[in-house]
Write a protein that binds this ligand. Sequence first.
Ligand code: ZN
Length: 118
Amino acid sequence: MNDRAPISWPHALWRGGMRRCPQCGEGRMFQGYLTPHQKCSYCELNFETLDADDGPAYITMGLVCLFVVPFFFIAQVLYEPPFWLALVISLPLTLGIILGLLPLVKGAFMGALWKSRT
Ligand SMILES: [Zn+2]
C-alpha cells in the first residue's frame, strides 16, 4: 500500500486519534481499550514498531492539568462549593476525561511515531 499519496502530519495524527491505521486509515489500530493490534488488517503496517510507551499518558496528564485544573480553581473561587461536593464532582469528571482522552492521544501519538519514520 505504499503507492498512495504521502500522508500529511495532521492527517496522520487525525487517523491515529480516530484509532485507525495512520497509513491507510482503514484498519483498526487497537483491540480493546489500549492494546494495539500486531499489524493493520488492511495494509499490514506493523504496529509493534510504533511503541508509544508512557508518552500518551504524560500528554494526557498535561492536557488535563492544562484545561481541567483551572476550571476547578475558577469554580472554587466563584461558587465556593463544600469540599465533599467538589470531590464528588471533580474526581469522576477528571477520571472520565482521562479515560476518554487516553485512547485518542495514544492513537495520535502512534500516528506521529509512524509519520516521523516515513
Ligand atoms: Zn493500514
